[in-house]
Design a protein around this ligand. Structure first.
Ligand code: SER
Length: 361
């Protein structure tokens, strides 16, 4: 990918000239075309931000593009593109969302490493270069995942229940390993970057990270993840298409709605720094079994045709993820409180909006 700007070069040069060669202020969002990116761009735009700079491998939807100052179709591993972003904008905030999810990463682990770790290094390097050049700290918001956990066996998973941020960090997937290491990289760049260099500049980054559970969006469907069975099941119920669930009925992991995930991400981004006691925070709202999820789906969509046909390998991954996560640190440090249970999420958000989507075709 060559990192094509979707705005013509001539127009970009004209804009730069009008600014007298000065760089424009920006909030950078990588992986902006993905599920979280959609929600985040809408929320930032509704909050009055007009300086969003969005990058994704694929061209950003026109509807989202209209909410951004600039959009780029390109690869975060492309140093040339990162250099151009550095030259054109002054970023005060970076939301680094781009990643290959857990299922897809198991087919192409080295590519996943390049994107999930190499891309993270590129974005962190961009952030510190930016902070050095404009003289202000850059806030770097990073979504990590329940995939960083690795429960040793089902017996332990069931007896332990909700895990804290520092427990069971032995992931078994490439994605989980990448996310856990990327969390460490963020902390390193924020606190220890070039710690022995004579010209070291302290305190360039304000790194904040959330570990998302499985996310359920009404507007989009995920692809390439292993928690995808929940959104797939609910969307299939609404679309009246049969769904063969790839995990066992007794499988339990935490979830939350996309809306709650976006709200929490923005709440952490805006939280008073003096209250933050850690860089990384668990998030979650409800933790049903796949059977409970199927029952809830049938309650709202009585024709839903759901069967269980576990895929041994994908089941193996979900079995290493915890039954639930302990969100008490997020609750006490920045007042995290999800607004939905599974039932209220279905009744108030997912069922009405997803039904609308399939009615509209
Ligand atoms: N949704 C992610 C995945 O399934 C987990 O964070 O890969």
């Amino acid at each position: 990918m060559s990192g094509q700007s979707e705005t013509p070069h001539s127009e970009l040069s004209a804009q730069a000239e009008r600014r007298g060669g000065r760089r424009s202020a920006g909030i950078l969002i990588s992986g902006a075309g993905g599920e979280v990116g959609h929600g985040l761009i809408r929320a930032l735009s509704e909050a009055g931000h007009t300086e969003i700079v969005a990058i994704d491998l694929r061209e950003i939807d026109p509807e989202l593009r209209a909410l951004c100052r600039e959009t780029f179709a390109g690869d975060i591993c492309d140093q040339g593109l990162i250099g151009r972003l550095n030259a054109m904008f002054e970023f005060t905030e970076i939301y680094h969302l781009a990643a290959l999810l857990s299922t897809r990463s198991e087919f192409i682990p080295e590519t996943a490493h390049d994107v999930n770790v190499g891309g993270m290094i590129n974005m962190l390097r961009l952030a510190v270069d930016q902070a050095r050049s404009h003289g202000r700290r850059v806030r770097f918001i990073y979504p990590s995942s329940i995939a960083v956990y690795g429960m040793p066996d089902l017996k332990t998973k069931r007896s332990v229940g909700a895990v804290k941020e520092d427990q069971y960090l032995t992931p078994t997937t490439m994605y989980g390993c990448n996310k856990l290491y990327a969390e460490h990289l963020g902390r390193y760049y924020a606190r220890h970057y070039r710690q022995l260099a004579e010209d070291r500049v302290h305190d360039l980054l304000d790194f904040r990270c959330v570990r998302y559970p499985g996310l359920i969006s009404a507007e989009t469907l995920p692809s390439g993840g292993t928690s995808d069975f929940a959104p797939e099941m609910i969307h299939a119920g609404a679309a009246r298409t049969p769904y063969r669930c790839f995990v066992r009925e007794d499988t339990r992991i935490p979830f939350m709605t996309m809306g709650d995930a976006i709200d929490a991400t923005l709440a952490l981004a805006q939280a008073d720094e003096s209250r933050l006691t850690q860089c990384v925070y668990n998030l979650g709202a409800f933790a049903p079994t796949a059977a409970e999820l199927a029952d809830m789906t049938r309650r709202f969509f009585p024709d839903a045709d759901i069967t269980f046909a576990p895929d041994t390998a994908r089941q193996g991954i979900v079995d290493t993820w915890p039954e639930d996560v302990d969100c008490s640190a997020a609750a006490s440090d920045w007042d995290f409180k999800p607004s939905h249970t599974l039932e209220s999420a279905m009744r108030d958000v997912l069922v009405p909006r997803i039904s609308e989507r399939y009615r509209a075709g």
